[in-house]
Design a protein around this ligand. Structure first.
Ligand code: B4P
Length: 192
């Protein structure tokens, strides 16, 4: 089993690239953003509570996403590994994930970090707003807040992973297929 984090600021291409990587390498793709949006779409109590947090571009509480991920890990069979997309987003989520994986005799093998310029992030998210209808893509102030939250709460995970020797920066600028080829190169080395 090989387990990856796909990491980067909002709009860096995590979701886009994860779908392609999961298919190519038979990985279970676990996106906390998708899981939360599914709760909102289903109108669950949890979804109702999380909706206002997400529409402001803030992070939902750590315990909510940690529980979701644990549940998904235990329900997954017959995959070559896990691809964690948009999780962890805080250092507390990172240590919870490590603990969860250790208890199941697994570990985080690599953190692939998509590096994208600020203006390109904003451009991609605004372009997505029309198609996705996501409230957190519509308002430029919310997009800026998401980027600030990333710098403040999520980026510190990079140092944590660097110390563990699993940090791998990847150029996230350019077209989707070129970025996919770069990422695939790193994943191929790890799975072989
Ligand atoms: P996510 O769903 O993780 O959303 P994201 O970070 O905004 O998007 P992503 O980075 O995957 O977007 P992508 O580049 O694929 O989180 C949403 C919210 O959920 C968070 O703000 C938070 O509130 C909550 N949440 C989720 N996980 C959480 C956690 N663990 N803890 C706490 N809260 C959590 O796509 C962006 C756009 O760019 C797309 O339209 C795509 O088509 C386009 N694009 C991608 N690559 C491109 C390229 N190379 N060129 C041009 N366009 C490109």
């Amino acid at each position: 089993m090989v387990n990856f984090l796909i990491f980067g600021p909002p709009g860096s291409g995590k979701g886009t690239q994860s779908v392609k990587l999961a298919e190519k390498f038979n990985l279970a793709h676990l996106s906390t953003g998708d899981m939360l949006r599914a709760e909102i779409a289903a109108g669950t109590e949890l979804g109702k509570k999380m909706s206002s947090i997400m529409s402001k571009g803030e992070l939902v509480p750590d315990e909510v996403v940690i529980e979701m991920i644990a549940h998904k890990i235990d329900g997954t069979k017959d995959r070559a590994g896990f691809l964690f997309d948009g999780f962890p987003r805080t250092v507390a989520q990172t240590s919870a994930l490590e603990k969860m994986l250790n208890e199941r005799n697994m570990k985080i093998d690599s953190m692939l970090v998509l590096e994208v310029d600020h203006d390109e992030l904003v451009k991609r998210l605004i372009a997505r707003a029309d198609l996705s209808g996501r409230p957190d893509d519509k308002d430029p102030a919310v997009i800026e807040n998401r980027i600030d939250v990333y710098k403040d709460k999520t980026e510190p995970i990079i140092n944590y992973c660097r110390e563990r020797g699993i940090y791998q920066p990847v150029n996230g600028m350019g077209n989707i297929d070129d970025i996919f080829a770069r990422l695939s190169g790193y994943v191929t080395k790890l799975v072989n």
